[in-house]
Design a protein around this ligand. Structure first.
Ligand SMILES: [Zn+2]
Length: 302
């Protein structure tokens, strides 16, 4: 009787053990499948949430960095590796072209799959031998640098447009000054090196463009402020001043756009710069302004 009991218990235990082993194998197998699927998702989506968090952290850091003369507010984009950039169309075209967006030609995509550093530069990128024109528009940003020898000087057309704008601004009581326009490669190099010497490369990259990457080298970028309000030059507060507001609302009528708007740092590569305007000509500037997009988005090179 006792022996029989023991046999039952033994058989029962063995059965339980087998069930437990089978269940463990099943769970391990399921986990493996899920993990594989997640990894594939990550490759495509590149976790936008963490990017956004980094961006926020970067913005907070930005507030603590020292003023650095001409480029104190030049910001940065944290680790933006854009593996599958999707060209964007201006708003008015979006409705008609929604289905075609995925099929946009990619001939202008720079250095896909290359590593982008903490400041938005593509690691190891060499300066090109020719400047990049996209849909006829000269572009200079952290992904599309300019050749070292690209030295057009200040654009006469942009200068004339600025003078006309300044003349009209005077009627509203603002005396506008373009305090920094064309900067040569060599001049930018000198500025950048000075900042690197003072603050180190990592920090300098946060507020100063590397030589070859500044839009000022195109001769089409104008840093604008108000005469006798030098205290507001190169500050965000300029954007809140009557002159800054007038500029933001009217510059396109003269061919200029506010190049680095608020909240678009992750697209333009720069923090909000209330003073930095880019000449595009009246037609294009008006279209870009009305689209509400940045130049990168408008041209589909995000
Ligand atoms: Zn500028």
């Amino acid at each position: 009787m006792k022996n029989k009991m023991q046999s039952y218990i033994l058989i029962g235990s063995l059965l339980l053990l087998i069930i437990a082993i089978a269940a463990t194998i099943l769970i391990v197998q399921m986990n493996h499948d899920t993990k594989t699927a997640n990894d594939e998702d990550n490759e495509i989506a590149a976790s936008p949430d963490s990017d956004e968090k980094d961006q926020k952290k970067e913005e907070e850091n930005q507030g603590t960095s020292e003023p650095a003369g001409d480029e104190q507010h030049k910001g940065t984009v944290e680790g933006k590796q854009q593996e599958t950039p999707q060209p964007q169309q201006p708003k008015q075209q979006q409705n008609q072209q929604t289905n075609k967006q995925q099929a946009q030609p990619k001939q202008h995509q720079p250095a896909e799959n290359k590593t982008v550093d903490n400041n938005g530069y593509i690691e190891g990128q060499q300066l090109p031998s020719k400047p990049t024109y996209i849909k006829g528009v000269l572009i200079a940003n952290k992904k599309y640098p300019l050749p070292k020898d690209f030295a057009p000087g200040e654009s006469k057309e942009a200068r004339a447009a600025f003078e006309k704008m300044a003349q009209d601004a005077r009627k509203h009581g603002f005396e506008l000054v373009a305090f920094s326009t064309y900067r040569s490669y060599e001049y930018q190099q000198m500025l950048y090196n000075r900042y690197v010497q003072r603050d180190g490369k990592e920090k300098a990259d946060r507020y100063s463009a590397r030589p070859g990457y500044s839009e000022h080298q195109t001769g089409l970028a104008f840093d604008i402020g108000e005469k006798s309000r030098e205290d507001l030059w190169l500050t965000e507060e300029f954007g809140e001043s009557p002159a800054g507001k007038w500029l933001a609302a009217n510059a396109h009528k003269y061919g200029f756009i506010l190049r680095y708007p608020k909240g678009k740092e992750h697209i333009t590569g720069y923090m909000y710069e209330a003073w930095h305007f880019r000449y595009l000509g009246v037609d294009l500037a008006t279209k870009v302004k009305e689209s509400g997009l940045t130049l990168e988005e408008y041209l589909g090179i995000v």
